[in-house]
Structure formats: structure tokens, C-alpha cells
Design a protein around this ligand. Structure first.
Ligand code: NAD
Length: 376
């Protein structure tokens, strides 16, 4: 089916529960909230402020991203579903009025917790605070009860995932002497490089922002790499931590790594690139399993945020990666597809047609009782 199909057709194709169109004439707000699944719990996902060529493009993006959130939450073993909100703006970097943000907050509030918001591309901490002034259904805020910046936890999860990758490659999770290339040393990549250096890996880093590379050269003795060619370095693990789509028909034939395991979202340009990596004998740890530390950290807010508990749950990413590799072996599929199977199976096991309903206390006990986010 083409993406120009009717919205309800697109929803049916991927099993979306609900799409809400939001407009507020006074503030100029135009937004789409997509709830893919609440079978495992309330849907959780970021708010993206983006300039879309058309409203239909915004809907297609919200549908795609909300489904991806369902799979990420399910694979991570969370009692959350997948949702996403997109706000149509002319300039994602321009300041937004409080009136527009408040109207968005009210629209989220109307869903009674079926969609729980977090920060995403284009959103600022200030935006999220203003939205949160209208609704309790917002996660990831700074301050008491909030989990704050997720990137250190995301990096920690990536390291644990890499441990499982090394076990699969060499039967031993030790990093000593292993060469890891971190491509993109922003929020997650910088934390990741530090953790790898602490574990005695040989760390090489690349970034279009040279200052970020220099900091790591000084601080941990990382080897600096030019951006062009970083993906093609011979190494044990390549960790894409910048943009999506880096594993594609052009790059895959040139890779010289034994495995790929990084934080970037949507690393595979096409689903078939999963097969292409397997054919080259490169072990791919699926991105949405590897980078789940951020969402695991957010979900911890639902039971009263505790950093140590969030770390313990994030460490289990290594178990999930092992299960994915096992399933890939037994089902003779590449790891990306195995991870998707694992996630879809968990959603299906929660019960066909199971829905989170606002105010239904039983729904909350399905996971753990909500605390910090329960409306007063
Ligand atoms: P970030 O913007 O802080 O860092 C990205 C870095 O990549 C920047 O330093 C940027 O200069 C660099 N970069 C951009 N283009 C590049 C290129 N062509 N080659 C090399 N470097 C390049 O973002 P982040 O929060 O660190 O997230 C990194 C990736 O991980 C993103 O794909 C994000 O969606 C994903 N992710 C992040 C989190 C999180 O907790 N922050 C959680 C899950 C997934």
C-alpha cells in the first residue's frame, strides 16, 4: 500500500488504535497524535516539532514513529505502548508561543493518559515544561520525580548490548583490547566513549563537530578519525551514534567491522539491509533494542524514579540482545527481523484488542502502579 492511502487504511495496515487530529485556531496549533498500541500499557513517545511538506506526510510520520515506539517498548520488556505526536510548524527552531504549547498540553490531557509525551526532535525542555502545565501526562522533565537527560542511560545500555555482542563473537564479554569506533560523539556518543575507555577498549571517535572529538582525545586518549571513512574502519564494533540510515547499499559493502552496535535510531536504510549485513557476516545488534536505555529510564518515572533501578533494568538489554541472536539462529532470520518478531509476539501475548482506558485502575496494575504521573 502506498503512503498516499487513506489514513484509516494506513492505520489498519499496521494495527494503529487511534489517530487524533488537533487544531487550535487561536494559537495556530496543528498537530497529529498517533497511538499505535496500548496493549501493554499507556502509549509513550516523543513530541516532534517539524516542518512537513503536507499534513499527510505528518500523519505518515506519526504512524511510522508510533509503531516503532511500540516495538521498542515491547522489546525492552516495558509495560508501555507506542505513541507519537507531531506538531506541524514552519520553523522547528523558532520560539513557540505558550498559547500553542498549552493547547498541545490540553489535547494530550484529553487522551487521559492513553498517550504520554516526552521530548523529541525540535522540542526543548522549556516546551515540555509549558505543555506539562496543562497535563500530568508528560515524562522526562527536569526536577523532582523527573528522569532528566536520558543519554547517560542510553550509553550504558549500548555498552551492555556490546558485551552481549562480544560474547556472541568471541565467547567473552571483555572489552580489553577490542577496537570500537564511535561515529558521532554527541550526548550519547560521548558518554559511550568514556564508558568504553573505562572498560579498557581501544576507542576511536569521529564527529562533524571537531571540538567534541578533541575533548575525548584529551580526556580518554581516544583516537581521532576523519568523518569520511569512519564507517569503513577495521574494528571489532562499529557504533553509529549520529544519524539514521547509515547502513545502506553504499556503506554495507565497504564496512570492515565485525559487528554493528550503536545508539542511532533507524540505522538500516531499508529492511533488506538487515539481510545484507548478515550476508557479509557482520553481526547486527538491532538499534531499537540497543538504544532502549532512554525509554527504560523514562518508564522508571511511572513507579517513582530511581536511578539505580533504571540502571538495573537497562542492564537487561544484554539479555534481550542474547535472546534476539538466539531467535535469529533458530528462525534463520537476520537479527533485526528477529527483534521485531520478539516485540510483536509480546504485544500479541498481552491480548488481542487489549486497550488502556483512562481511569481504569486495573490497567495500571498491568504494569506497576503509576505514581509520579497519576493525576491528582
Ligand atoms: P546528538 O545530537 O547529541 O549527537 C549527535 C552527534 O552526531 C553530534 O555530535 C553531531 O555533531 C554528530 N554528527 C552529525 N552528523 C554526523 C556525521 N555525518 N558523522 C559523524 N557525526 C555526525 O544526539 P544524541 O542524543 O547523542 O543521539 C544520537 C543518536 O542516538 C540519534 O540517532 C538519536 O536518535 C539516538 N538516540 C538517542 C537517545 C538519547 O538518549 N539521547 C536515545 C535513543 C536513541
Amino acid at each position: 500500500m502506498g503512503t498516499d492511502a487513506a489514513v484509516t487504511e494506513l492505520m489498519t495496515a499496521k494495527g494503529h488504535e487511534q489517530v487524533v487530529f488537533v487544531a487550535d485556531a487561536r494559537s495556530g496549533l496543528r498537530a497529529v497524535i498517533a497511538v499505535h498500541s496500548t496493549a501493554l500499557g499507556p502509549s509513550l513517545g516523543g513530541i516532534r516539532f517539524w516542518r512537513y511538506p503536507s499534513e499527510h506526510d505528518a500523519v505518515v510520520d506519526a504512524l511510522r514513529l508510533s509503531e516503532a515506539m511500540s516495538l521498542k517498548a515491547a522489546a525492552a520488556g516495558l509495560h508501555q505502548g507506542g505513541g507519537k505526536a507531531v506538531v506541524l510548524v514552519d520553523d522547528p527552531d523558532a520560539l513557540r508561543t505558550d498559547a500553542l504549547l498549552r493547547a498541545m498540553g490540553r489535547a494530550i490531557d484529553d487522551l487521559g493518559g492513553r498517550y504520554i509525551a516526552a521530548e523529541d526532535v525540535g522540542a526543548t525542555p522549556h516546551d515540555m515544561q509549558v505543555i506539562a502545565s496543562e497535563t500530568p501526562w508528560v515524562t522526562g522533565l527536569e526536577g523532582p520525580g523527573g528522569s532528566g537527560d536520558p543519554s547517560p542511560m542510553t550509553a550504558y545500555g549500548v555498552v551492555r548490548a556490546m558485551g552481549a555482542v562480544l560474547e556472541e563473537l568471541d565467547g567473552d564479554a571483555a572489552f580489553a583490547g577490542k577496537r570500537v569506533v564511535v561515529d558521532g560523539v554527541g550526548h550519547v556518543g560521548t558518554h559511550l566513549a568514556r564508558l568504553l575507555a573505562e572498560a579498557d577498549a581501544r576507542v576511536a571517535v569521529a564527529d562533524v563537530n571537531r571540538e567534541r572529538v578533541d575533548v575525548l582525545v584529551q580526556e580518554i586518549g581516544a583516537e581521532p578519525l576523519p568523518v569520511e571513512g569512519a564507517l569503513e574502519e577495521a574494528c571489532d564494533i562499529l557504533a553509529p551514534c549520529a544519524l539514521g540510515g547509515v547502513l545502506n547499499e553504499k556503506t554495507i559493502p565497504r564496512l570492515q567491522c565485525r559487528a554493528v552496535c550503536g545508539a542511532a535510531n533507524n540505522q538500516l536504510a531499508e529492511a533488506s539491509d538487515d539481510d545484507a549485513l548478515a550476508e557479509r557476516g557482520i553481526l547486527y545488534a538491532p538499534d531499537f533494542v540497543v538504544n532502549a536505555g532512554g525509554i527504560i529510564n523514562l518508564a522508571e518515572e511511572f513507579v517513582g524514579y530511581d536511578r539505580d533501578n533504571a540502571r538495573k533494568r537497562t542492564a537487561r538489554i544484554a539479555d534481550t540482545v542474547r535472546r534476539v541472536f538466539d531467535l535469529a539462529r533458530t528462525e534463520h532470520v537476520p537479527p533485526g527481523r528477529a527483534a521485531e518478531q520478539l516485540a510483536r509476539r509480546r504485544i500479541a501475548e498481552a491480548g488481542a484488542g487489549r486497550r488502556f482506558r483512562p481511569g481504569d485502575p486495573a490497567a495500571w496494575t498491568h504494569g506497576a502502579p503509576l505514581r509520579s504521573l497519576r493525576p491528582a
